[in-house]
Ligand binder design. Sequence first.
Ligand code: CDV
Length: 323
Amino acid sequence: MPRTITIGAAQSGPVSRSETRAEVVERLLEQMREARRRDCDLVVFTECALTAFFAHWWIDDEHELEAWFEKEMPGPETKPLFDEAQRLQIGFHLGYAELATESGRKRRFNSSVLVDKHGRIIGKHRKIHLPGHADHRPHNPFQNLEKRYFRVGDLGFQTWQAFNGVVGMCICNDRRWSETYRLLALGGAELILIGYNTPDHIPEHPEMDQHVGFQHQLCMQAGAYENGCWIVAVAKAGVEEGVSQIGLTSIIAPSGQVVAESKSLEDELIVYECDLDETRAYKTLFDFQSNRKIEHYRPITSTAGPVVPIAEESPRQDTAEKL
Ligand code: CDV
C-alpha cells in the first residue's frame, strides 16, 4: 500500500513590523483551513513565521529584542493554531523565534516544531547554520544579525516517526550544507521540512544576486536526490520592511525534481501528494549501509601516518614537465 501524505506548503507573503501575532496567526489559520479543504495531512509554515524577520534590523534594547521571541510554545497567541490543527485533524510545521528558559538560563534560538494532527508537539529543531554577522552594519541596505540574536542550535539533526514515515527538519541556511541532508538521511529521513527567509540580494556579495534563485533550488534538489528524500521548502516571500525576499516555495521529489512551486510573492498554498515509498529506489541505489564506508574516505590530514603530498604521488602535468 503506498504511503502517501498530502502536504500543503504555506508560503507567507511579507509581514509588516507593526502586524500583531494575532493578525499573523489569523493568516496562518486561513492557510491551515485551506490546506484541510484541499485534503492535506500536513501544512508547512515558514521560518520565523509569526513576525517580520527582525534579524534584518539592529535592535539594541534587550526588552525590545525579547518581544520578537516566543517564551512558550504554544503560548496564548499561538494556541489557536494548535486548537485548530486538532479540530481539523491536520499536522503542521511552524518556524518561530524561541526564547528558552532552561536550568535558569535564558537562550535565544531560531527554531521550528513539528505538530501532529492531535495538536501535540512531536519534534523540535534549532537552526544550526546561522548566517550573517554580529556587528552593526548601518551602511548596508539591510542587515542579517542572526549571529547576534540567536545561538547555534543544540539539538543536532533529529528525525521523528510521523505521518506514516520518518520526518526531519532544518531551517533556512541549514539547507545550503550537504551535512544537513546526510545527517537527516542517516537518521532515516524520508521527508525534510524547511522554512526560509532568503533575500534576493546579499549586501556583501552583489555578484551572487543573479544566482540566488538557482542556488536555492540547487542545494535542495541535490540534497533530495543524494539522500532519497522528499523536501518541502517554504518561503517568507516579497518585500518585507524594505527587504526583497525570494518566493520559490518548492516541493522536491526524491528524484531531485521540483514537482510543485509557488507562483507569487504572497500568502500562497501549494499542495502535492507525496508518496514516501518513492524514496526507496534512491535509498536502495545509494545504499549507505554497503557503499558509504567512512574508512574509504581518505582524510585530508591524519594523525595516523604521513600524508603523501599530491605532487609526489602523481605529478601534475606542469610539475612533471619541470622535473
Ligand atoms: N534566514 C537565512 O538563513 N537566510 C540566508 C540568507 C541570509 C543567505 C539563507 O541561507 O537563505
